[in-house]
Design a protein around this ligand. Structure first.
Ligand code: GDP
Ligand code: MG
Length: 437
């Protein structure tokens, strides 16, 4: 799926020490294909890639210490923008009741969403009323009544009346009984047609809703854009609710619908249960589409905590095989600044953190290493080969550890120095090793 594909691309990007325009173009070609395959509208994809490319090719990125990560960050930021950037809360009427009308095709999730929304808003202290204005499907009214019963929220219905009349009288009922929020559940059709649009237009004209929200199934794919456009043109949507995001889709539809209609996504449905409705957060959706967990938080954290000058310095020394115990200690300290290691692991996306879970992360060991290195003289740190038996004993006593501990740390240091040297040689000139995350 989209997320897996992007993750592969991003993994490669993250590993690249230096990027050229060509690298970036290749990576963005992959991003473009992945988005298209996920049913994101081609025009939306085109504009998106153009923007990301323009920002990525800037000097700021190419000259940065972690260019691959910068590009990922730009993709993420632009994706968030595409999805509306900020949350879009429900517009409440100055004079209650706030009238919300749900529209959409049959099976999109209108009736369940009406219940979910009413339940959510009730928890926030509102007094909702549900109006059953779908008279075509025999079970539709019953379905809403059952949900209302579960949530202890009144459901207004009117036997034998037309949808317009039901909606009007429902609103009057709300006023009479001090319900401050009205949700009208309307009928859908299998496809957009004039009959449906006319009926909805008429309800809209007669009740003047504050919010007219399109409920759309995230699995609809490419067609979602056309559906959304028809509703937008006829009714003028104030927002969108995307349902069934718990399904396999990675939100390709979400991307296009918002971009094409400009109507903000207000809520998302994440399951069949009444509590499975959430306010839509563009940034969270962007990470979901990219399948990155909170990896961006992590990148930001690393950027703000790791001193790029120091990291570069260490790297240069490594290449010249001048990496000393002082540098080793510096590196450990830089890592420590990022915060507790298990917290960092928790921020990584699922498969990555699983991989790392196997690695023993031992904070106690880090403290020991620090104590041992600090107990060495300047000379010893710069030139570990002079650390003979008696020096080892002195260091052990000074750091409150044992000679075995000192031996082990020196061995580890020697190993990592060798490894880094190899790594640096392998990577060629100017190539940064991956930072420790
Ligand atoms: P309507 O015809 O637009 O009123 O659609 P319904 O509310 O009757 O929903 C159609 C089907 O989709 C029902 O089986 C719902 O349980 C299901 N459904 C609605 N929203 C979601 C969702 O967010 N996730 C999942 N998995 N199913 C949903
Ligand atoms: Mg329904």
């Amino acid at each position: 799926n989209l997320s897996n594909k992007l993750q592969d691309t991003f993994k490669r990007l993250r590993g690249m020490g230096k990027l050229s325009e060509k690298n970036i173009e290749e990576s963005l070609r992959e991003v473009r294909l992945a988005l298209l395959e996920a049913d994101v509208n081609f025009k939306v994809v085109k504009d998106f890639i153009a923007t990301v490319k323009e920002r990525s090719i800037g000097q700021e990125v190419l000259n940065s210490l972690t260019p691959g990560q910068q590009v990922i960050k730009i993709v993420y930021e632009e994706l968030t923008k595409l999805m509306g950037e900020h949350e879009a809360p429900l517009k409440l009427a100055d004079r209650p009741p706030t009238i919300v009308m749900l529209v959409g095709l049959q099976g999109a999730g209108k009736t369940s969403t009406a219940g979910k929304m009413a339940g959510l808003l009730k928890k926030q202290g509102r007094r909702p009323l549900l109006i059953a204005a779908d008279i075509y499907r025999p079970a539709a009214i019953k379905q809403l009544q059952v949900l209302g019963g579960q949530l202890d929220i009144p459901v207004f219905s009117l036997e034998g009346a037309d949808p317009v009349k039901i909606a009007r009288q429902g609103v009057e009922y709300a006023i009479a009984y001090q319900r401050d929020l009205v949700i009208i559940d309307t009928a859908g059709r299998l496809h957009v047609n004039e009959e449906l649009m006319n009926e909805l237009k008429e309800i809209q004209a007669r009740v003047n809703p504050h919010e007219i929200l399109l409920v759309i199934d995230a699995m609809t794919g490419q067609d979602a854009v056309n559906v959304a456009n028809s509703f937008q043109e006829t009714l003028g949507l104030t927002g969108v609710i995307l349902t069934k995001l718990d399904s396999d889709t990675r939100g390709g539809a979400a991307l296009s619908v918002r971009a094409v209609t400009k109507a903000p996504i207000k809520y998302v449905g994440l399951g069949e249960k009444m509590e499975n409705l959430e306010v839509f957060h563009p940034s969270r959706m962007a990470s979901r589409v990219l399948g990155m967990g909170d990896v961006l938080t992590l990148i930001e954290k690393a950027q703000s905590n790791i001193d790029p000058g120091k990291a570069k310095n260490i790297f240069d020394k490594m290449r010249k095989a001048e990496f000393t115990l002082d540098d080793f200690l510096d590196q450990l300290r830089e890592m420590k600044k990022m915060g507790p290691l298990d917290q960092i692991l928790g921020m990584l996306p699922g498969n990555m953190s699983k991989q790392l879970k196997g690695v023993q992360v031992n904070e106690k060991e880090m403290v020991k290493v620090e104590a041992i290195i600090q107990s060495m003289t300047k000379q010893e740190r710069a030139n570990p080969s002079i650390i003979n038996g008696s020096r080892r004993r002195r260091i052990a006593v000074g750091s409150g550890t044992t000679v075995q501990d000192v031996n082990r740390i020196l061995q580890q240091f020697e190993q990592s120095r060798k490894m880094m040297k190899q790594f640096a040689d392998m990577g060629g000139k100017g190539k940064m090793p991956k930072l420790p995350f």
